[in-house]
Design a protein around this ligand. Structure first.
Ligand SMILES: Cc1ncc(COP(=O)(O)O)c(C=O)c1O
Length: 401
């Protein structure tokens, strides 16, 4: 039997993650279903950034690079993210944006596979991934980009493939790849799979070491709640660290930055993928955001994400029957957002946002809602679908209306 609103309120009461909502400054009157695009503000981030500004920068001045741990922040926060993505602490560092890190790792991976000509990517991935590969192919003669659709992806990764750039969870549909299987296929073909974890880190279980992953990048401002434009992270498996070289050699990635040598010598570990001075304010906010995720029991997070999804899908089925679910139902095959195909999706989302329910629209026809178990209540899902039904009522739908 479908749950009633009373049932749903009871689930919220019993929710083991209930207290985690208090870690966030969630504006009243807003049902926030866009944490897969920009996580909300953790109270700790506001406090941490204020302290960094007034005390560490204001009073400590340049001494804070050492005294306040600014210099170590990329490795320190990387080690914390490693705990979320199933990696060793020395395999992850934090720097730059996801796009820049994608470029650095794909270039490094391609250089590790000389003579191969193919850079493989799934058709219709997030545009930056494709743009980065196209740019790399323009830069390095002999490389070309080959796209493949999902059923053909594993077959496209062959003995001529240098790099396969794979998005763990698709930004539109929310569909999730089998990371271990595709990584295994890439390694069997002698190619390097570079995973983009932007829509999976903090959203679903990620086990990089267990899946044999060699390289990965991910975003800090979505499910990690690191703030707008937060620094991104990158992962290089230990066994590749000595051989992999960043194409963006900068002094902070040098083995001895304060030796001021003219000769570049890469830092021994993943730190060689740093280039310039770390952005301390962004790192401070990210550090607080990452801790909001680490504070929660991951099993409880994944379980609640699955239940939020089921409730959302079920309520939409009942209240908005014209909408067409675009996300796989099986929790093992998806991330932590739900998407629906809808005529007039743009105006529907605008109307929904005007009612205080914030999701987003992805052209041409997708309504997308982030299901973030850290701070969403089951009742929020109920409210959101009721508002959606109210908006859709006068809007003609694709089917069934
Ligand atoms: C799959 C994926 N990769 C990368 C990015 C963003 O990259 P950047 O942090 O460089 O803007 C996004 C942003 O939504 C994304 O969905």
């Amino acid at each position: 039997m479908a749950p009633s609103l009373d049932d749903v309120r009871a689930w919220d009461k019993d929710d083991p993650l209930r207290a985690h909502r208090d870690a966030f400054a969630l504006p009243p009157g807003i049902t926030y279903l866009d944490g897969n695009s920009l996580g909300p503000l953790p109270h700790a981030a506001r406090e941490r950034v204020a302290r960094v500004v007034s005390e560490e920068w204001g009073r400590g001045l340049i001494r804070s690079w050492d005294d306040a741990g600014w210099m170590d922040a990329p490795a320190r926060i990387g080690a914390r993210i490693a705990a979320i993505v199933g990696a060793s602490p020395d395999e992850v560092t934090v720097a730059d944006s996801t796009s820049v890190n994608l470029f650095k790792l794909c270039a490094a991976a391609a250089a590790l596979r000389p003579g191969r000509t193919k850079l493989v990517i799934e058709d219709g991935n997030f545009p930056t991934d494709r743009h980065v590969l196209d740019g790399l192919a323009r830069l390095l003669p002999g490389l070309r980009v080959e796209t493949a659709d999902v059923p053909g992806l594993a077959d496209a990764i062959d003995g001529d493939t240098a790099v396969a750039l794979l998005c763990h969870v698709h930004y539109r549909s929310g569909a999730r790849h089998d990371m271990a299987a595709l990584t295994g296929a890439a390694r069997a073909a002698g190619a390097i799979a570079v995973w983009d974890l932007s829509h999976s880190v903090g959203a679903v279980p990620v086990g990089l070491n267990a899946a044999g992953v060699e390289m990965a990048v991910g975003c800090g401002y979505k499910f990690l709640n690191g703030g707008p434009g937060a620094p991104a992270f990158l992962y290089v498996a230990r066994h590749l660290q000595a051989a992999a070289r960043s194409p963006l050699q900068g002094w902070i990635g040098h083995a001895s930055p304060f030796g001021f040598s003219d000769r570049y010598e890469p830092a021994p570990g993943v730190g060689r993928f740093l280039a310039g001075t770390p952005g301390v304010l962004g790192l401070a906010a990210l550090e607080a955001g990452v801790e909001t995720v680490l504070a929660a029991d991951p099993q409880a997070l994944w379980a609640k994400s699955a239940r939020l999804f089921d409730l959302f899908a079920e309520r939409v089925g009942l209240r908005c029957p014209g909408l067409d679910l675009a996300t796989p139902r099986d929790p093992a095959l998806r991330g932590s957002h739900i998407a629906f195909r809808c005529d007039n999706a743009r105006s529907v989302m605008q109307a929904l946002v005007a009612r205080g329910v914030v999701g987003d629209y992805r052209p041409p026809d997708l309504l997308r809602f982030g299901l973030t178990p850290l701070y969403l209540r089951y009742e929020d899902v109920w409210t959101a679908v009721e508002s959606l039904a109210g908006v859709l009522d006068p809007v003609p739908q694709t089917a069934g209306v």
